[in-house]
Design a binder for this molecule. Structure first.
Ligand code: NAD
Ligand code: UFG
Length: 334
């Protein structure tokens, strides 16, 4: 494993993964259409690693551009991040999501097959487990019908990869992320949400910065220790490192497809996240309790024994680190 293509490598999780790959000695080529990222992320990655990043601005749906790229490089593996990810938007614009997330994957698999590139790491999500009662979730927890077109794209992509790999010399790892948060400790890269954030942590940091007036906690009447929802928040740098471990493992694995939960194994309530943010940063947050958000599940967190045992990966950062780094990053943004 030497040369890796990272689709969506200028995005939030992709950029952190490119840093870890470069720091681990991989030669990285990024393909991104800048749909949800900015070209300046390239310079920020380079500022961290001191190594140039080869960036191709193209759409993963553009088979000709992909073909040209695969003709001019020999890739040992691909990490496929490029996708749309806003759950609410996917309900309003399902075709946009099915097109980008599913057709994009099919386009990529076709070109990988043609050029005999046979290792793929795919970004999946714990959303595939839905509102399960089976907690913590293991990789064998039943997949449920998705609550949103976005969730459906993740389930379908997992199925497409599994079907594709069955009859080919093809190996793939599906990583089911829990809730990625935080930013690089250097504060040079982080999440760049467009418009009003949907996710908790960017909403917290934007409220602390004064960009948003007040955070609303979506419900305090859940059956959890303080009534607010529980999630398994994972530092984006830990998540990025899991991709490096997956790449090191994928080629030699016996089966065609394997799947891993990537979380910390700990659940935190919304109030615990806010408390950690306030304490570690010595900032008071303006928040109120509001009503439940439609579609939210009460609680989910990961059983991480498989990823720990097989990939030898464990999360290192704490919820305090996540809040510290998220705030340091927010302070750098105008
Ligand atoms: P992101 O939007 O920050 O990054 C995605 C990148 O892909 C962006 O740079 C975007 O410009 C690019 N892109 C999108 N469509 C493209 C296309 N057709 N061609 C080329 N580039 C394209 O998102 P992220 O948070 O880094 O998520 C990365 C992956 O992880 C996605 O597949 C997402 O569904 C998955 N995921 C994210 C989360 C999360 O909470 N962030 C959770 C679970 C899974
Ligand atoms: N929350 C608030 N106020 C806000 C935003 C969020 O109280 O302003 C709460 C939510 O109700 C939830 C928790 O904070 O209880 C986390 O919400 P996020 O929107 O940050 O994350 P979700 O768990 O809802 O969704 C995330 C990703 C999805 C992915 C899902 C499962 O955004 O893309 O995890 O992987 F599908």
């Amino acid at each position: 494993m030497h040369k890796i293509l990272v689709t969506g490598g200028l995005g939030y999780i992709g950029s952190h993964t490119v840093v870890e790959l470069q720091q681990d000695g991989f030669d990285v080529v990024v393909l991104d259409n800048l749909n949800n990222s900015k070209l300046e992320v390239k310079e920020n990655i380079e500022a961290i690693t001191g190594k140039p990043v080869d960036v191709i601005i193209a759409d993963v749906n553009d088979s000709k551009a992909l073909n040209d790229l695969f003709s001019s490089h020999h890739f040992d593996g691909v990490i496929h991040f490029a996708a749309h990810k806003a759950v609410g938007e996917s309900v309003e614009h399902p075709i946009k999501y099915y097109h980008n997330n599913i057709t994009g994957l099919i386009s990529l698999l076709g070109v990988m097959e043609r050029h005999k590139v046979s290792n793929l790491i795919f970004s999946s999500s714990c959303t595939v487990y839905g509102a399960t009662k089976d907690l913590p979730v293991t990789e064998t927890t039943k997949i449920q019908k998705a609550e949103s077109p976005y969730g459906t794209t993740k389930i379908l992509c997992e199925d497409i990869i599994t079907d594709f790999a069955k009859h080919k010399e093809f190996k793939s790892i599906l990583l089911r992320y829990f809730n990625p948060v935080g930013a690089h400790p250097s504060a040079k890269i982080g999440e760049l949400p467009l418009g009003v954030p949907n996710n908790l942590v960017p909403y917290i940091t934007q409220t602390a910065k004064g960009i948003r007036e007040q955070l609303t906690i979506f419900g305090s009447d859940y059956n959890t220790k303080d009534g607010t929802c529980v999630r398994d928040y994972i530092h984006v740098v830990d998540l990025a490192k899991a991709h490096v471990k997956a790449l090191e493992y994928v080629n030699g694995m016996k089966q065609h497809v394997d799947v891993f939960n990537v979380g910390t194994g700990n659940g935190n309530t919304v109030l615990e996240v806010i408390d950690a943010f306030e304490k570690v940063n010595d900032v008071k947050l303006n928040y109120q309790i509001g009503s439940r958000r439609a579609g939210d599940i009460e609680q989910i967190w990961a059983d991480t024994s498989k990823v720990s045992k097989v990939l030898n990966w464990n999360a290192q950062y704490t919820i305090n680190d996540m809040m510290k780094h998220a705030w340091a990053w927010q302070k750098t943004l105008k």
